[in-house]
Design a protein around this ligand. Sequence first.
Ligand code: CAA
Ligand code: NAD
Length: 286
Amino acid sequence: MESIRSVSVLGCGLMGSGIAEVCLLAGLPTVVREVSDSRVDRGRGRIERSLEKAVSKGKITADERDEALGRLTMTVDLEPLATADLIIEAIVEHLEEKRKTFKAVEGVARKRAIYASNTSSLTLTQLAVASGRPERFVGLHFFNPVPVMRLVEVVRTLLTDPEVVDLCTDFTHKLGKEPIHCGDTSGFIVNRLLVPYLLDAIRALESGVGTVDDIDRGMQLGCGHPMGPFTLLDFVGLDTTYYIANIMFEEYRERRFAPPPLLKQMVQAGRLGRKSGHGFYEYPEA
Ligand code: CAA
Ligand code: NAD
C-alpha cells in the first residue's frame, strides 16, 4: 500500500462524525458504520449540520459540501467496509465492545487494511492482538471537536509495523492535522495530563472549593484555557469521562485517575453533558 485512499469509520457519535467529516473533506471515500438505522440518521445529521456550518462560515463552498457528502456511505452492515485501506474505530469506550467489533470486521476487511482505534484510554496491544492483525494496528487519537482540533496522537504498539505508522502519519497530514507519536500507555500523552486535571476539578467542587462557574472562570481567565474544566467535561461527555477514569485507574492504580463519586452519580442520573442536554450546565437546545 503506497498511501491511504479510502477509509471506514466505526461509530458516528461525537468523534466518529468528526473523523468522517475531515476524511470526506480531504477527498477520501468514507464508509461509516453505525448500529441501527436511527443512529445512522443521527450520525448523518451531525455530519450534514457541521458541513452546513462550514459553508455558512465561508470555510467551504456549497459545491465542496456536496462533493464531500457524495463521498459518504452510511451503513449498518459490515460488507461495505471491505473496500477500505484504513478502518478507524470510534465506538463506545468499552474494551469488550471494541474487541468484538474488530473481530467482526476481520471477517470482511481487505488483507492489507490498517486498523486504528480512537480510544482515549484503553491500551492498544490488547485490542491489536484480539484483532488478528497486530502488525497493522495503530492508535489514531483525534481530539474533540475533530474539525477544529489540530492534533492526532499516532500510537504504536510493540507489534506495529513501522510502515503502518508512516502511512498513518502521512494520512494525518492529508487531513490537515499535526501528528505526535507515542507508545502504548493508557491515556497516551494528552489524557495522561488532562484527565487528572478534569477529575481534580470535580473533587474541588465536591470539597466546596468554589462553584462550577467560579472554577470554570478561574481557569479561563486565570490560565487562558478556552473552556473551564466543567464546560470541557460536559463537552467530552460525562459517561465517556467516567469510562476513561475507570480504565486509567485500573491501569495505574493512582488516586489521581480515580473517578470521583459525583461523576459516577451524574452518569447514573443520566446527566451526560451536552449530549443529554444536562451535565454540570443545562443545554435546552440539545
Ligand atoms: N465542529 C466544527 N467546528 C467547530 C465546532 C464543532 N463542534 N465548535 C467550534 N467550531 C469552530 C467554529 O466554527 C469556529 O471557527 P471559526 O473561528 O473559523 O469561525 C471555531 O471553532 C471557534 O469556535 P467558536 O468561536 O464558536 O467557539 P470558541 O472560540 O469558544 O471555540 C472550541 C470552541 C474550539 C471548542 C474551544 O472552546 C476549545 O478549544 N475548547 C477546548 C477543546 C478541547 O480541549 N478539546 C479536547 C478535549 S479532550 C479530547 O478530545 C481527548 C479525549 O480523549 C477525551
Ligand atoms: P459517543 O457516545 O458520542 O458515540 C459512540 C457511537 O458508537 C454511538 O453512536 C454508538 O451507537 C456507536 N457504536 C457503538 N457500538 C458500535 C459498533 N459496534 N459499531 C458501530 N458503531 C457503534 O462517543 P464518542 O465521544 O464519539 O467516543 C467514541 C470513542 O472516541 C471512545 O473510544 C472515546 O473514548 C473516544 N474519544 C472521545 C472523545 C470525546 O471528547 N468525547 C475524544 C477523543 C476520543
